[in-house]
Design a protein around this ligand. Structure first.
Ligand code: C2E
Ligand code: CA
Ligand code: CA
Length: 803
């Protein structure tokens, strides 16, 4: 060490040493930057950058050596052999090129170390070749130990420098430059310490001092030029790159530029952010496979998955068009990934975080297919699911059960406890049902208080078990506010394909069965039964058509004559409604009146019948009464008296000619109110008849409570009147009752003359029945001449009034 220092201090011109050191440091600094730059490229570019690195290194090595040599005082004249000196420069550059290419080759972990060693050797070879061309006037001897030390130092330090240069650390480049400069300088001066000259005066062409200084400066200048060329190209490239990097940095997308050989050429910080990677885990110069493996390590992918994803990337890169896909990461992030291949190879990968967009899309999709209150799938979802299930059943010969569920008395909960309580009940029940679902089961809310469950048959759980669980869930008490409420439901089950061949029919049939369960207080669950439910289906279809019947003018009123028993004098006509259905023909009131009462149509229909009958009667210019039947619903309508008055007014029919018929049971429903309404109507002058007497309560109390204008004895007694003594006794009693109340009795359903004879014997007032006349259209009545003759014989034909 001391010898080396002594050599520098004693045998060198200090200015030259300083110059050499500056050249050495400057060259090394540029070399380090170029080397780093080379590491971030690949292919031809990388070789190009390595060559520039080698030139910078070679020039730094050689110029340092040469300038230092010029500053060396051998104590005797010197000269340079041009050939060997030139050769030494070549060795420096060629050896460095080889070393740097090896270092950046990626051949194993120690390639940089090996490459560095090669560069170190090149430094040594350069130095000693140069020394061979250094001619002195004297005897030269070498200290072998210094010589060996110098080579070892050079090789070791250069190897270390390149290894450090590969590190991704902000200081790596400067440290590399420093170590590299040390390698050059230590070799040189240790090498010079090994060099001894015994001066001799020898003949020769020796150089003089001034020439050598000029030469040193010229070489330094050349070094500066060469090295600054490298610096300039680096700076230009760096500038372009930093501009590009700046632009990339500001982009919201993650961008990775992959070279044709699959190394990363460029990437932005967004990539690190998106994948949560450290800068070292995704960097320029890194093989794509390594980069994906690093992402995989963050995401917990196994090797197999990483391999598949890497393969996929190379496939996309080879494809002609842009590949786009979305990937859901385990942390919930959704990335839109696109791979855009570049002409001539390589590709640009872009990553866009579309998590938010997808989440809101999913929310919207969820909303489209779910009920907001209960969170259960809605009707649309059910429809989709059923399509799939039916497809499954068809493909696999499987069977499905569809269970229609309708809550009982839900309206009551809503009305009595408020909507919040109703909502709460729905939520609890939905949650309970949801909790029962196993693989393949499905529950949807399809209406206010309607649900549908779908269940695959043949699974682990038997259908009956599932239905029983549903039933238990729907009937268990719910705590609403302070009190317990017991919900309840009616369920109808239909099986695909046994009960229906398609979705609509399946739902419809489950509905029919449910409807049956609803009307049967003893069972909550009904299974679809074709015969039983067909009737219901028919009724429903009819109810649907009933809505349009009035508008389409399908109703007509038929009139049935009412006469006195004695003499057959016409007293009036009962208006009986008929529905002339376009395909079913004449539909009887017993079929459609209950339907009209169920769906509320009866109010409109009843008003129409009343108006129609009154108008007809008014047009007849006779004193005959017109009897119109009322429904319980109409009687419950507080506007009924007003409506009656209005129609009388409109049609011009005298109130005394109108008789309204109603039954006991209608009055019983709400006795006080009904009687009040009837009194109002009676006050108009309209008479009131008690219809179907003898079938219901037949309560004397009722007869006393209201002064009926007529009692109509139900036609069921007529069939038995000739045979049954009991029937005869009842008729007799009713007739006696009528007498005592001073109320006329009309017997309905007279079909035979014998019946008429009996009634005459018993003293009945009036009769109505097929014997006297079937219900007929007003035209038929008009054409029959009944209205003008005023009397009827038992054949139904008008007969001449006895003079
Ligand atoms: P209802 O008020 O007891 O009407 C008498 C029913 O007996 C009529 O049946 C009539 O055709 C039938 N009838 C009359 N004579 C005989 C007979 O000798 N033998 C037999 N077997 N039947 C006879 P329809 O027209 O089918 O009416 C049935 C029921 O429909 C009526 O019973 C009435 O309760 C109801 N209804 C008819 N029209 C109306 C209406 O406009 N409004 C309301 N609310 N109900 C009506
Ligand atoms: Ca009647
Ligand atoms: Ca009747």
């Amino acid at each position: 060490m001391m010898t080396v220092l002594g050599c520098i201090v004693d045998q060198h011109n200090h200015w030259f040493v300083l110059l050499a050191a500056l050249v050495c440091l400057g060259g090394s600094w540029v070399m380090a930057r170029l080397f780093h730059r080379a590491a971030t490229t690949d292919g031809v570019q990388r070789v190009g950058w390595h060559f520039m690195t080698a030139v910078a290194a070679g020039v730094a090595i050689w110029c340092t050596h040469f300038i230092a040599m010029l500053g060396f005082s051998a104590g005797t004249p010197i000269a340079f052999d041009p050939l060997l000196t030139g050769l030494s420069l070549l060795i420096a550059i060629a050896g460095s090129t080889a070393g740097f290419v090896l270092a950046g080759s990626g051949l194993g972990r120690f390639a940089p170390l090996g490459g560095g060693a090669v560069v170190g050797l090149a430094i040594a070879c350069m130095h000693y070749t140069g020394m061979l061309g250094y001619r002195v006037s004297g005897l030269v001897s070498w200290d072998v130990s210094f010589l060996v030390t110098s080579v070892v130092l050079s090789v070791t330090l250069a190897a270390l420098a390149l290894q450090v240069g590969m590190l991704i650390h902000p200081f790596a480049r400067n440290v590399m430059a420093g170590i590299f400069a040390l390698a050059i300088i230590s070799l040189h001066f240790t090498g010079m310490a090994a060099f001894h000259v015994e001066p001799l005066v020898l003949p020769g062409n020796w150089a003089n001092g001034g020439e050598l200084t000029a030469l040193a400066l010229a070489i330094a200048g050349m070094a500066v030029l060469l090295v600054s060329g490298g610096v300039a190209s680096y700076l230009i490239d760096d500038r372009v790159r930093s501009e590009a990097a700046e632009a990339l940095r500001n982009m919201s997308s993650g961008i990775v530029w992959v070279s044709p050989t699959g190394t990363i050429r460029l990437l932005n910080e967004r990539v690190h952010e998106l994948f949560g990677l450290d800068p070292a885990e995704a960097r320029i110069g890194m093989p794509l496979a390594q980069y994906i493996a690093n992402i995989g390590a963050r995401c917990g992918w196994d090797d197999e998955l990483v391999r598949r994803i890497v393969d996929a990337h190379f496939l996309w890169m080879a494809e002609p068009g842009v590949t786009r896909l979305e990937h859901d990461f385990d942390n919930g992030m959704v990335l839109a990934i696109s791979c855009c291949p570049i002409a001539g190879g390589g590709a640009i990968l872009t990553y866009d975080d579309v998590t938010e967009a997808r989440t809101s899309e999913r929310k919207i999709a969820h909303m489209a297919f779910h009920d907001t209150l209960t969170g259960l799938p809605n009707r649309a979802a059910l429809s989709k699911r059923l399509d799939e299930e039916i497809e499954w059943a068809r493909a696999s010969n499987g069977r499905l059960a569809l269970i229609g569920i309708d809550l009982d008395r839900f309206k009551e909960v809503n009305d009595l406890r408020g909507h919040a309580a109703g909502d709460q009940m729905l939520k609890v029940l939905a949650q309970r049902m949801g909790g029962l679902l196993q693989e393949g089961d499905f529950v949807a809310r399809v209406g206010g208080d309607e649900f549908i469950a779908v269940h695959r048959l043949g699974g682990q759980r038997h259908l009956l078990e599932f239905v029983a669980q549903l039933e238990a869930a729907l009937f268990a008490a719910i705590q609403l506010e302070d009190s317990d409420v017991v919900p309840g439901a009616s369920m109808g089950v239909a099986i695909f394909p046994d009960d229906a061949a398609d979705k609509e029919t399946l739902i419809g049939n489950a509905d029919l069965a449910m409807y049956r369960a609803k009307s049967d207080a003893t069972q909550a669950v009904c299974f679809y039964e074709p015969g039983m439910d067909e009737k219901v289906r028919n009724r429903r279809a009819l109810a649907q058509e009933l809505r349009d019947a009035l508008q389409n003018g399908q109703f007509e009123v038929h009139y049935q004559v009412q006469t006195t028993v004695e003499g057959g004098h016409i007293r009036g006509y009962e208006a009986l409604l008929r529905w002339r259905h376009p395909t079913r023909g004449l539909v009887q009131p017993s079929e459609f009146i209950p339907l009209a009462e169920e769906n509320g149509m009866i109010l409109q229909i009843g008003r129409w019948v009343l108006r129609h009958a009154c108008a007809t009667a008014a047009s007849w210019h006779t004193h005959y009464k017109i009897a119109v039947n009322l429904s319980a619903i109409q009687l419950a309508d507080p506007d009924l008296p007003q409506m009656v008055a209005q129609i009388l007014d409109e049609t011009g029919l005298a109130a005394e000619r109108l008789e309204l018929e109603l039954t006991e049971s209608m009055i019983f429903a709400d006795r006080e109110r009904s009687l009040a309404t009837l009194r109002q109507i009676k006050a108009l002058g309209v008479s009131i008849a008690l219809d179907d007497f003898g079938t219901g309560y037949s309560s004397l109390d009722m007869l006393r409570a209201f002064p009926f204008d007529k009692i109509k004895l139900d036609r069921s007694f007529m069939a038995q009147i000739e045979t049954s003594a009991e029937a005869k006794a009842i008729i007799r009693a009713v007739l006696a009752l009528g007498k005592s109340l001073n109320t006329p009795i009309l017997a309905e359903g007279i079909e035979t003359t014998d019946q008429l004879t009996v009634l005459r014997t018993e003293g009945c007032d009036e009769v109505q029945g097929f014997l006297l006349g079937r219900p007929a259209t007003r035209e038929t009545i008009l054409d029959s001449g009944q209205l003008t003759h005023g009397r009827i014989d038992v054949t139904g034909q008008p007969r001449e009034e006895a003079a």
